[in-house]
Design a binder for this molecule. Structure first.
Ligand code: DGY
Length: 425
């Protein structure tokens, strides 16, 4: 059973492999996505370590001069996706988008390094990647935290990876739709429109793209010029964890200056993250920087914050929060609280379960010693696969598979979870 599932997951990875990078899934997402690639490299490493490193090398080959690592690399023309390179117009030889995505690379590279079989290969690849990842982290704190608060803002919902989360509703209300060039969505031709963001949200997404494009994708201007500036605890936790993992890795490789700077970033971030704790919800919440207010939205972003080291009493409260959610939904962990009015069980990030987020929450809970929660998350994740295959995401109430199918990072996480289970058996 375990063996058969691992083989099926490996087939998904092979199917979506384009040689030096993977696509998340055919049709719906035909290019290289930033955090998809990094997390998928974890799965690839079980097939071929060199190929796993290449996945991340390919992504960083398209890093911008200012340090930003874009959210999509348009390696080959393909009109099955909107908005394509012709809309972003970032002026790169190999076109990319002009925004970024959750910085999981530091965490993923450390994990690849720690468990490698081929030590020489890992040292060589990590040695090249460490300064590149550090440059990305520096870019974050320079361009997305210009006042030095210790936490970074996302300027577009697509940067969070949680495109249509309830967390962004209030901030998106400030984003107009007037002047948006007419467009035809492609996502709704590949996936059920009822499972995707709404048309109005797409228009707001496109307004932001046009606005940033009009500013020449100049990252010294975008932060202050954006009406959408949200500090997401999950996104920041990923950045803090990646800084701290990079610090350890850099130390091991003799890059002491990078190690020290990374430790400083992580320490400042961890201290500032405390300010996003909501005693009422028993989890972290977002901060809307444009208006200076916490966002009253109990989404998975505030649970994902446990991916980094948080105070023990907060880790305990988050474990209790997941136990509470387990009374409201069949499968852990829903991307929004089922009892909240905005919960929508099948609509992308407004309710569905995502295995990559489960993986990161489980990892954080494991480090915090919350083993029962980890077992629950892992077994729910694997049950979803048995019921619905390697989907993009799943309904938390009935396990319905949603979005794209034969999904790369879902398959990668299945391999990770099953390998962990085999090791524990
Ligand atoms: C999409 O197009 O749905 C993506 O989430 C943007 O990255």
């Amino acid at each position: 059973m375990t063996y058969a599932l691992i083989e099926q997951a490996k087939d998904v990875l092979r199917h979506n492999d384009r040689g030096t990078y993977t696509v998340p899934t055919d049709g719906l997402y035909p290019f290289q996505w930033n955090w998809d690639s990094c997390l998928s490299a974890l799965g690839l490493s079980h097939l071929d370590e060199a190929r796993a490193w290449t996945e991340i090398d390919t992504l960083f080959a398209h890093q911008w001069d200012d340090g930003m690592v874009p959210h999509i690399i348009f390696h080959t023309p393909n009109d099955s996706y909107f908005p394509g390179a012709d809309v972003w117009r970032t002026g790169r030889d190999v076109p990319t988008t002009g925004i970024t995505q959750p910085p999981v690379a530091g965490f993923c590279v450390k994990r690849l390094f720690d468990r490698c079989q081929d030590r020489d290969l890992a040292r060589a690849r990590a040695r090249a990647l460490v300064p590149q990842i550090h440059a990305w982290h520096e870019w974050f704190f320079r361009c997305r935290d210009p006042r030095g608060t210790g936490l970074v803002a996302i300027l577009h919902p697509w940067e969070s990876g949680r495109d249509n989360s309830v967390d962004w509703d209030a901030a998106l209300d400030r984003v107009p739709t007037e002047g948006v060039e007419p467009f035809v969505r492609r996502d709704t031709q590949h996936a059920n429109p009822a499972h995707r963001p709404t048309q109005k949200q797409y228009e707001q997404f496109m307004w932001l793209v046009q606005h940033f494009r009009d500013l020449g994708w100049d990252n010294s201007k975008l932060h202050d010029a954006s009406p959408f500036q949200v500090v997401d605890p999950g996104f920041n936790a990923i950045l803090i964890r990646s800084c701290s993992d990079l610090a350890d890795l850099a130390q091991e490789l003799g890059e002491t200056e990078i190690a020290q700077k990374s430790r400083d970033f992580a320490a400042r971030g961890a201290a500032a993250l405390d300010g996003l704790w909501s005693a009422e919800h028993g989890q972290y919440v977002c901060f809307d920087r444009a208006v200076g207010e916490l966002v009253d939205s109990p989404s998975i972003g505030g649970i994902l914050a446990a991916f980094t080291d948080i105070p023990p009493q907060n880790a305990l409260a988050i474990a209790a929060r997941i136990n509470l959610l387990a009374k409201e939904a069949k499968f852990m962990v829903p991307s929004h609280a089922p009892k909240a009015a905005e919960f929508d069980p099948l609509r992308y990030w407004r309710g569905p379960v995502w295995l990559i987020v489960n993986y990161m929450i489980a990892d954080g809970m494991e480090r915090a010693g919350q083993h029962e929660i980890v077992e629950r998350i892992v077994s729910d994740s694997l049950r979803l696969i048995e019921l619905g295959g390697f989907a993009e995401y799943y309904g938390p109430l009935d396990g319905e598979p949603c979005g794209g199918d034969r999904f790369t990072w879902t398959a990668a996480i299945v391999i990770e979870f099953l390998t962990r289970q085999k090791a524990l058996a």
